[in-house]
Every structure is written in structure tokens, then in C-alpha cells.
Design a protein around this ligand. Structure first.
Ligand code: UD1
Length: 420
């Protein structure tokens, strides 16, 4: 197993190029199950989660060529519709194949994702919505067995809670369903928007893209032709590097970003006293005179993203005063708190609210990554901790950050990837 040794504190400078968004690429690759042609997608991030989904598609009989962040996927010769436990257990987002497989073949089996480090994360909303579209769902031997022999039918889906992969799954199911599907309380994340836009330009009329009510006109089983396209930039990776600039109080620039997707994050950084300048597809952060304490509440897009909560918690250790961070989306997403405390952070946890007192000098120690974004918070803290910080179990980081160590190095960080 690899770990990351970081020597701090080091100021950062320079530019870093942001990769394609993992959370956009995952549903877009699942979407290729709806296509009759080979689909070419560019700006695919080279991260483990993408490889996991490709392995899943390959097991179903799909073929693909992945080169230089571009992929060509061919799902025409699929010979299986079962997404097996060995893959699904390693990545929850595998559930994204459920909607497209069911709408294309009228039956499929997908292993239940099971427990997850950041909370229970059920899939009840996905299943209920598919039932409303005419599917019969049973759970047998740890698998979701879905059947819709005559194909799925459009319906009116009202999500009780906003769900990102749930919305993506139902949009894909609705694409090949008979008739019109309305999704009320749909997720508005840029990753869902891109999925809808690509489907819309592939012959599926979707009204209300970017709003919380989507109307999808299905093809009644006819597969679609998808033209080549690029994955949008990863707003969470970009936000993480902006936090690297912020925590070291340095000036750095993130290139290949969509500043409009980062407004909640850049707004919070400005409120903390940092300068943010957007110039086309680049954003530069400049140092704060004093880093101010703020209040943060995680919300669905366009609110402050839960996937940036851990990074801001690390950053808050350098703010002057008490920062309050409330996690509203997931019930167990504060596992980085104990690890940050090992570095000397002063954090009090009270249910869903963390209060961070700063500024605090952090000192290097051994820390353990627990989930993807929690791991990046530990790396950020390592950049300013005095001495050596060893971040263990960085396979979590490999799931979602392309070349993290090399990118940090281009910014001047002193880090090494080593074997345990
Ligand atoms: C996606 C993102 C993840 C991000 C999260 C919230 C991907 C691959 N992952 O995860 O990085 O942190 O959105 O922005 O895009 N829920 C239910 N029942 C369901 C589905 C969800 O109760 O059937 C609950 C969840 O437990 C959670 C909330 O709804 O409390 C939001 O979850 P959801 O938006 O579905 O998260 P993911 O799509 O899994």
C-alpha cells in the first residue's frame, strides 16, 4: 500500500491544470449503455473510480480503448446484464448502470452497494422511481433484481430528497422509456446538467435542464447515437487546489476550470479574506491579510458542496476565531476530524456541526485517509504542518484525484509517494 509523505510548511506558487470531473464522467460512461454507436469521450480523468466502472462495463461485454484521457466505448455487443458484487462493493457509483441496463434490456441485476464510509447512503429513491416507471424490483441474495419485460414507461417521479446519482439513473432510464417522464426535485449539479445536455443533443428531448424539474421524452426502446464530447472540469478538484493555495496563504492559479461551477466555494474563500480573480477558464487565489472565521452549511448545488466540507475544515484551522461547519447531506462525514486533531487541530464535534478554533500551528504526524475527500483534507493540513506528515491509505485519493502528488509538486509542495 502506498502512502504520501509531506514535508511542511511550504508556500505554493504557480499553475495547476484541473482534470475532467470524475462525478460527471461516471454517469456519462454509464450513458454509453444507451448508445448504438461507439462513443468517444475526451477529458476523462485518469482515476481509479473510472477504471472500476470501465471494468464493470467490460464484464458486461462492452469494449473500450482508453488513451490520453480519451475513451471510445462500444456497448453494442453486451452479453450480460449483471453488475457483480466484487466491483460494486468497491464503488457505490456502480449503481449508475441500473437505469440504463434496465431501460435497454428490460431486466438486470445490480449488487447492492452496501455500507459506505460516509454514512448509510441507501438507494431506495432510485428503486422507488424505477417501480413508478413500471419495473418490478426484488432484492435477492444481496442483488437488486429489476424486471420490465415490456420496457419502462414514463411517469411522474417526485424525489423526497435531492439525489445526484438517483437523478442521473432515472434520467438515463427515462431516455429509452415509453412516453414522458417528469422528475420533480431533481438534482441541479453541473454533472447532472452535462448528462442531460449530452442526451439532449443525442435525440432525447429534455426540458428544464439545470432546474429542479426535468421532463424527459423517451424513445420507447430505440438506442441513440451519441456524438463525441468533452467532460466538464472537476469543480471539486479545482476547489481542493484553491484550498491548497488558501491554507498555505499563497497565490496559485487553477487552469481549465468553470468558475461558474465554483461560485459557492470561491464566495466562501472571499468571505474568509482571500482574493479570487477569474479569467476565462482560470481562477487565481491571492493571500488574505487575516484569514477570517466563517459559517459553512453543506447543501445541494448551487449551495456549498459536501465534497468540499473536509477541505474547508482543514483550512479553518488557520482562520482567526471559531469557524462553524454544518454537514447536512451525510450523517457520518466527519471522520477526518480525529485525524486532523492528531496534527494539533482544535475541533469540537456536536452531532452534525464541527466548530474549529484557529489559528493553530499544526505538527506533522501519521494520519489515515478514510474516504476520498477526507484524505484531501489531510494532505492540505500536511502542507502547513511543521515537519513530516505521512498520509496512509492514499488509495482513497487515487479514486478521485488525478496525479495529485505530481500536481502538488508543480506548485512547489515537498511530497513523496512511498510504499508502506
Ligand atoms: C453524489 C456524489 C458525491 C456527493 C453527493 C452529494 C457521485 C458519483 N457522487 O453521491 O460525491 O458527495 O452526490 O453531493 O456523483 N439518499 C437516500 N436515498 C437514495 C439516495 C440518496 O436517502 O436513494 C440520501 C443520501 O443518503 C444522502 C443524500 O440523499 O443523504 C444525497 O445523496 P446523493 O445525492 O444520492 O449522493 P450520491 O449520488 O451517492
Amino acid at each position: 500500500m502506498d502512502y504520501l509523505k509531506i514535508l511542511g510548511p511550504t508556500p505554493l506558487k504557480g499553475n495547476v491544470k484541473i482534470s475532467g470531473a470524475k462525478n460527471a464522467a461516471l454517469p456519462l460512461i454509464a450513458m454509453t449503455l444507451l448508445a448504438k454507436n461507439r462513443v468517444c469521450i475526451s477529458n476523462i480523468p485518469s482515476v481509479v473510480d473510472i477504471k472500476t466502472l470501465l471494468k464493470l462495463l467490460h464484464n458486461l461485454g462492452a469494449t473500450y480503448i482508453l488513451q490520453n484521457n480519451c475513451i471510445e466505448v462500444d456497448t453494442c455487443c453486451l452479453n450480460d446484464t449483471k453488475a457483480t458484487y466484487d466491483i460494486v462493493k468497491t464503488m457505490r457509483a456502480s449503481i449508475l448502470v441500473l437505469g440504463p441496463l434496465l431501460s435497454r434490456f428490460g431486466h438486470c441485476e445490480v449488487s447492492l452497494p452496501g455500507g459506505c464510509a460516509i454514512g448509510q447512503r441507501p438507494i431506495d429513491l432510485h428503486l422507488k422511481a424505477l417501480e413508478q416507471m413500471g419495473a418490478t424490483i426484488t432484492i435477492e441474495g444481496g442483488y437488486v433484481k429489476a424486471e420490465a419485460p415490456g420496457g419502462l414507461k414514463g411517469g411522474h417521479i417526485l424525489f423526497d430528497k435531492i439525489t445526484v446519482t438517483g437523478t442521473a439513473n432515472i434520467v438515463m432510464a427515462a431516455a429509452l422509456a415509453k412516453g414522458r417522464t417528469i422528475i420533480t426535485n431533481a438534482a441541479r449539479e453541473p454533472e447532472v446538467v452535462q448528462l442531460c445536455e449530452v442526451l439532449n443533443s443525442s435525440g432525447i428531448t429534455i426540458e428544464g435542464i439545470g432546474s429542479s424539474e426535468l421532463v424527459i421524452h423517451g424513445t420507447a426502446g430505440e438506442l441513440i447515437e451519441i456524438e463525441p464530447f468533452d467532460v466538464i472540469p472537476d469543480r471539486i478538484e479545482a476547489g481542493t487546489y484553491l484550498c491548497a493555495g488558501a491554507i498555505t496563504n499563497s497565490s496559485i492559479t487553477v487552469d481549465n476550470v468553470r468558475p461558474d461551477h465554483l461560485e459557492a466555494v470561491s464566495g466562501k474563500l472571499e468571505e474568509m479574506g482571500f482574493g479570487i480573480v477569474s479569467n476565462g477558464s482560470s481562477m487565481t487565489i491571492t493571500p488574505a491579510k487575516t484569514i477570517k472565521a466563517v459559517n459553512i452549511v453543506t447543501q445541494e448545488y448551487p449551495g456549498f458542496p459536501t465534497d468540499m466540507q473536509a477541505q474547508f475544515l482543514a483550512l479553518a484551522t488557520q482562520a482567526d476565531g471559531a469557524t462553524s461547519i454544518e454537514e447536512r447531506l451525510f450523517e457520518n462525514r466527519f471522520m477526518h476530524v480525529g485525524e486532523l486533531q492528531r496534527l494539533g487541530a482544535e475541533i469540537k464535534l456536536n452531532g452534525h456541526v464541527a466548530t474549529v478554533k484557529g489559528p493553530t500551528t499544526l505538527f506533522g504526524a501519521d494520519v489515515m485517509a478514510t474516504d476520498l475527500r477526507a484524505s484531501s483534507a489531510l494532505v492540505l493540513a500536511g502542507l502547513i504542518a511543521e515537519g513530516e506528515t505521512d498520509v496512509h491509505r492514499i488509495y482513497h485519493l487515487d479514486r478521485g484525484y488525478e496525479n495529485l502528488q505530481e500536481k502538488l509538486k508543480t506548485l512547489g509542495a515537498r511530497s513523496q509517494r512511498l510504499k508502506e
